[in-house]
Design a protein around this ligand. Structure first.
Ligand SMILES: Nc1nc2c(ncn2[C@@H]2O[C@H](COP(=O)(O)OP(=O)(O)O)[C@@H](O)[C@H]2O)c(=O)[nH]1
Ligand SMILES: [Mg+2]
Length: 279
């Protein structure tokens, strides 16, 4: 899951996308609803040229629904069609088909005028690691009619799957590399588990999360860890309080904040702190 991104990997991904994009009508980019902007790769538009893009804000079941709605509106203002989805939910896939249809409306009209009716929409899924690409593709397969088999002009081994609702899906997703020039972006990706913890110190990482939680969702922290949050506590102070409350004490009465940090991060990732958005 945690791919170490080297220039060689990026080149390979760029080549893969360039190879397939001309055969596609649109690209579905998946991002993580807990940090919709940070979990995107801003270079994608330049890789797909003039092809249409649908942004699927996945894992919306574990993000703050109010914030997810705000993100959808913000993307809309930027001219990006975005929909919220949860691959853990049995429903919702119809929304994806509807959105693709809407996105390709003009093209469908043009095709029709040229005598092509019911031309399948060809779609490629892209996204950084851990946003749910495999889960999403499996969810779409749930409605698969048949394997389309190799098509001429497509790299051997690559498969187009014919789905219901007239869509053909490339079964191999484009795995984008996460882009973090900014520390906050790296932190958000580390909180969600999209990048390895060992990129950053676990206690420092958790202290940042505690500090964000205390600012934005203090009640969740209080509820889960039964701690009082007084004014002016640092993230590390909060982590110490939580670790003590959980009884993580080392010899010499020292608080085991490393254990506490691992527990809090795990609980955050498992949505035990409720539905949270990080940006
Ligand atoms: N809560 C939640 N978890 C999801 C969702 N979609 C995927 N996941 C989980 O996120 C993790 C990464 O998913 P995966 O499909 O392997 O992502 P990929 O690396 O982009 O292919 C897995 O543990 C999935 O079970 C979702 O909509 N909601
Ligand atoms: Mg995968």
């Amino acid at each position: 899951m945690n791919i170490q991104w080297f220039p060689g990997h990026m080149t390979k991904t760029k080549r893969m996308i360039a190879e397939h994009i001309r055969l596609c009508d649109c690209v579905i980019e998946l991002c993580d609803a807990r940090c919709p902007q940070s979990s995107r790769n801003p270079l994608l538009p330049s890789l797909i040229g003039n092809k249409k893009l649908l942004l699927v804000i996945n894992k919306s079941d574990i993000a703050d629904p109010v914030q997810t709605q705000k993100w959808i509106e913000r993307f809309k203002k930027e001219g990006i069609m975005a929909i919220a989805l949860s691959c853990n939910d049995s429903k919702g896939i119809g929304k994806v088909f509807d959105a693709v249809k809407e996105l390709l409306k003009e093209k469908t009209e043009r095709d029709k005028a040229r005598g092509y009716v019911n031309k399948p929409a060809r779609v490629m899924v892209c996204g950084i690691p851990n946003v749910g690409k495999s889960s999403f593709i499996n969810k779409l397969y749930g409605k698969a009619a048949a394997k389309a088999g190799d098509k001429p002009g497509v790299t051997r081994g690559k498969q187009w799957i014919t789905l219901k609702n007239g869509m053909e899906l490339l079964d191999t997703p484009g795995i984008l590399w996460p882009k973090f020039e900014d520390k906050d972006v790296a932190l958000r990706l580390a909180f969600t588990g999209a990048i390895k913890d060992d990129v950053l110190d676990v206690e420092e990482l958790c202290a940042h999360l505690c500090s964000y939680m205390a600012k934005n969702y203090p009640e969740r922290l209080k509820e889960r860890y039964k701690t009082e949050l007084t004014e002016g506590l640092s993230g590390y102070d909060i982590l110490t309080l939580i670790s003590r409350k959980r009884g993580f004490i080392l010899k010499g009465n020292e608080v085991d904040t490393l254990r506490g940090a691992n527990v809090v991060l795990d609980e955050f990732r498992g949505a035990k702190l409720g539905r949270i958005t990080l940006e």
